[in-house]
Design a protein around this ligand. Structure first.
Ligand SMILES: C[S@@+](CC[C@H](N)C(=O)[O-])C[C@H]1O[C@@H](n2cnc3c(N)ncnc32)[C@H](O)[C@@H]1O
Length: 489
């Protein structure tokens, strides 16, 4: 059985799958029944598919580089079948987003103290108790991919918390998370019960148990877990550190280069994470801001003409990312990892965190509700000009692209890991098409074959860097960032 405590989980999330799997046994301190259709999610978010501008379009076979066309043809999806394949990817994505939203509700119901006085339940601890309460052969069957839903039903404490959460959703609230879940649950058939969420809890328990507590889990075993799991919008500031270092490399390679148009694929939203929920502040969208901050701090961009566009398949994320241009934003920075004597931050990471946000705004006082949270760093009121340069829309990076070529930089972290190899190839083709010649791609996906696939679409890798976040020297926590540049011809 795994010996990791709950502190170890968020780190697993921040690292890419390969580094996760290879390091998970190393340092890994801490630091991550489908009834609601995606049409309902669109309704909840106040978005409609038509919100996406006409510039966003589905790809066609003819849009693909020759190497990718040949690959799809060789794998049984030549041109006539390609649109059917894309439709299947869209359907799967919608299901994964919808399942993910219900999983976020489970995480919220187990951890939040805003609607109940019952003790918080750490989701991974709950998963372990649940799985270990199953007798053989049911346990083995459950952990198989075709595991089904155990007949034992909800554990008592978990059931009680979820019941309290559903009761809270019946009341009037101004809390952003409760309001969202209230609308989400009302948008199905309106009659969600605790038992109606049992299958979602079971899915959560299976994923967390397999990821955190299955001994000897290898990179090859972790990868399919992510490639098939429900979509999560979890995000932490640790993801920004590798991007910052990657941008430093870009600046060193081309000191005169100016970045004006940036695309963030899958920015995520810290809303109801699978561990360490912090809901004393509003949901936090970090990535568009931390990228703008890094670009301004490194003098790669000028505030006056910096445009940061975000795209995501989750309408909730898109709604939050889109609203920042119109609404004053104060960011509250929390680290995912707590620095301790045994597991200190690296000097570079500590410097990164101290400076975070200071190039895009002004430090303001912490909200009193944050109290003595050890993860809290500081709060930044973002300048209006910075946030007005931001925009967001729904786009599936596997099946869609924006019709014009022209981004100077695309950043995609902790997203590609959710795709299988074919989906990854299409995502890279779409990213390559949206970059201008000489444009850069930054990502943290260390998967075998990615470099070759990217090179086949004129997106060769330039540099790779390891971003050491902290931990003992013998077992550091790190992320790996890859910088590609699109060739001119
Ligand atoms: C785990 S979060 C990562 C957030 C952030 N990039 C980070 O590193 O902290 C993954 C995000 O990617 C989005 N996503 C997943 N599949 C996507 C796709 N096919 N196209 C666009 N966004 C996608 C999810 O909705 C989610 O917001």
């Amino acid at each position: 059985m795994g010996t990791m405590d709950t502190k170890e989980m968020r780190i697993c999330f921040v690292s890419s799958v390969v580094s996760e799997a290879s390091n998970v046994r190393v340092f890994l301190t801490r630091l991550a029944h489908l009834t609601v259709l995606v049409s309902a999610l669109f309704a909840v978010s106040g978005l409609t598919a038509s919100t996406a501008t006409a510039r966003v379009g589905n790809i066609e076979y003819a849009d693909l580089p020759r190497a990718i066309q040949q690959r799809f043809a060789g794998e049984g999806d030549p041109e006539p079948r390609f649109s059917g394949y894309l439709r299947q990817v869209e359907r799967d994505t919608e299901r994964r987003v919808a399942e993910g939203e219900r999983e976020h509700l489970i995480y919220y119901a187990l951890q939040s103290t805003r609607f109940t006085r019952r003790a918080r339940i750490e989701p991974a601890v709950s998963a372990r108790r649940f799985v270990e309460s199953l007798a053989e052969p049911e346990r083995t069957r459950f952990l198989d991919d075709a595991g089904g839903v155990p007949s034992r039903g909800w554990p008592e404490a978990e059931r009680a918390r979820v019941a309290d959460a559903l009761d809270a959703l019946k009341r009037v609230t101004t809390d952003a998370r409760l309001s969202y879940f209230k609308q989400l649950m009302a948008s199905g058939d309106g009659s969600v019960s605790v038992d109606g969420l049992y299958a979602d809890y079971v899915r959560v328990a299976r994923f967390l148990y397999k990821k955190e507590f299955t001994s000897g889990v290898t990179a090859a075993e972790v990868a399919p877990l992510y490639q098939t799991r429900a979509h999560s919008s979890d995000t932490q500031i640790e993801a920004g550190f590798g991007v910052y270092l990657g941008l430093g490399v870009l600046h060193a390679l081309e000191p005169g280069r100016r970045i004006r148009r940036v695309l963030v694929v899958g920015p995520g939203l810290d809303f109801a994470p699978r561990t360490d929920l912090i809901d004393v502040v509003e949901p936090q969208i970090y990535q568009p801001f931390t990228i703008a901050d890094a670009l301004l701090a490194l003098s790669i961009s000028a505030e006056a003409d910096l445009k940061v566009a975000s795209v995501d398949v989750n309408p909730r994320v898109v709604r939050f990312a889109d609203a920042v241009a119109r609404t004053p934003v104060t960011l509250h920075f929390f680290t995912g990892v707590i620095e301790t004597r045994e597991q200190p931050f690296s000097a570079d990471y500590r410097d990164y965190v101290r400076a975070l946000g200071r190039a895009i705004g002004t430090a303001v006082r912490a909200p009193p509700a944050i109290g003595a949270d050890k993860r809290y760093q500081h709060s930044i009121a973002v300048r209006e000009q910075v946030r007005r340069g931001m925009s967001a829309e729904r786009l599936n990076i596997i099946t869609e692209r924006v019709g014009e070529e022209g981004f100077d930089l695309v950043v995609v972290t902790n997203v590609l890991t959710y795709f299988d190899d074919r989906q990854l190839a299409l995502a890279l083709a779409n990213i390559a098409a949206m970059l201008r010649p000489d444009g850069y791609l930054l990502h943290n996906e260390s998967r075998a074959g990615l470099v070759e696939t990217a090179a086949s679409m004129k997106l060769p890798v330039l540099q790779m860097r390891t971003a050491i976040i902290g931990g003992p020297v013998s077992r550091p926590l790190y992320d790996t960032v890859w910088l590609h540049r699109k060739t001119r011809t």
